[in-house]
Design a protein around this ligand. Structure first.
Ligand SMILES: Nc1ncnc2c1ncn2[C@@H]1O[C@H](COP(=O)(O)OP(=O)(O)OP(=O)(O)O)[C@@H](O)[C@H]1O
Ligand SMILES: [Mg+2]
Length: 368
């Protein structure tokens, strides 16, 4: 699918903007603070109702105004027109979403109709941030490709909360230890289901990630990726043993100290050293892009659709060779929208059908 055009009214620094994209490569170029990312944000709002930056609607309304409007037209899928309007009128803030003229009342009915993946500077945290960031990243992909996963996670969270409540109760001597047996058994079997799905997923995800890394960093050794499981080899038998072995520790802590809620996905160098501590900024950036690239391949395989790729200014940390490989590896049948401060060593004219948008001060956009 492709984004053909986007119309913005009173959105961020744009009073009125109406631009048409190429179905191939698009470069949005301009100085810092000119409004490049704002355009990608608007596409993300039209595609997913909310901003990929996590911004509140009131922050996206142009300063001094009361409402914003965003309309995106697309081709290559069943749906043609996506409209989001938001009004911050005091006392009655309202947001409306329409697809092909029909108002959509539930966000879940809106998602999945326009598929986009955004590569943004913050993605580096998937590599160098806390395990929670990686769990969130992988949970979201697994949930997209495996319908059962979300309900398994929901069930696990409930069991975990009950076991933690009981452990707290034990600390305060409000509950008996033998009650733990029931929750341990439930937690063990729920954990087993989740861990198995995560490990199975990683088995097919890892080659995809490594392939993506190799395509961008041709000379570099490629990092590995494994699931680090607090319950060891993760057979049901071992999970039960680990859980009962941790009981004393869990009781002292008043919470469950190991399990899928604490596990991690670990990137490592060829020599076995942890990637997050022993790699350069450019290598981390490359790995984060490769993770997102593998994510999009999974979404495409699961949906049979081509996603729209948005690449927000992730070039600055890459050497010229990696920059070129990145552009090469992304272009193909997908539409790609890049933002960058300057094209640098990349020659947009060398990409057939590429469109270049120059964003000037005050959000003036001209097309080359
Ligand atoms: N609600 C708003 N109303 C008007 N202007 C806004 C609003 N929110 C942000 N801005 C302006 O938008 C600009 C930021 O836009 P954006 O993040 O798209 O910049 P950018 O071109 O991506 O810059 P960089 O190269 O630094 O990433 C800032 O100048 C900011 O003042
Ligand atoms: Mg930006």
């Amino acid at each position: 699918m492709f984004v053909d055009s986007i119309v913005l009214k009173k959105f961020r620094n744009y009073d009125a903007l109406d631009i048409g994209f190429s179905n191939g490569i698009n470069f949005i170029v301009g100085p810092n603070g000119s409004g490049k990312t704002n355009i990608l944000e608007a596409v993300s709002v039209a595609a997913n109702i909310r901003s990929f930056r996590g911004a509140a609607d009131t922050d996206m309304v142009k300063w001094g105004e009361e409402s914003y409007f965003c309309r995106l037209r697309s081709t290559g899928s069943r749906f043609r027109e996506f409209e989001i309007g938001y009004s911050s009128m005091p006392g009655a803030p309202r947001k409306k979403a329409r697809v092909d003229g029909c108002e959509i009342h539930r966000a879940s009915d809106y998602f999945g109709r326009l598929l986009t993946v955004i590569y943004s500077p913050g993605d580096i945290l998937i590599v160098s941030g806390s395990p929670e960031v990686r769990r969130r990243f992988f949970d979201a992909i697994i949930a997209r490709v495996d319908r059962e996963y979300l309900s398994l996670m929901g069930e696990f969270k409930k069991i975990l909360a009950s076991r933690n409540r009981l452990l707290k109760g034990l600390l305060e001597r409000k509950a008996g230890v033998n009650e733990l047996d029931v929750w341990d058994e439930m937690l063990a079997s729920s954990s087993f289901g989740i861990i198995k799905k995560r490990m199975d997923f990683l088995e097919s995800f890892t080659p995809s990630f490594r392939g993506a890394y190799q395509r961008i960093a041709r000379q570099d050794s490629v990092p590995g990726l494994v699931y680090s499981c607090g319950f060891g080899e993760a057979s049901l038998h071992e999970i039960r043993e680990k859980l009962s072995g941790a009981r004393r520790r869990d009781m002292a802590a008043g919470m469950t100290t190991a399990g899928p809620h604490r596990d991690d996905y670990v990137l490592y160098h060829e020599n076995g050293r942890p990637f997050s501590n022993c790699s350069s900024q450019g290598q981390k950036r490359t790995a984060s892009i490769a993770l997102k690239n593998a994510e999009r391949l999974f979404i495409e395989e699961a949906t049979g659709e081509r996603v729209v790729l948005m690449v927000d200014d992730v070039f600055s940390e890459l050497d010229p060779e990696r920059r070129e490989s990145l552009v090469d590896s992304l272009q193909g049948e997908n539409q790609v929208i890049f933002t960058m401060v300057g094209t640098g060593s990349i020659d947009p004219a060398s990409f057939s059908g590429a469109r270049i948008f120059n964003v000037g001060p005050g959000g003036m956009v001209s097309v080359e």
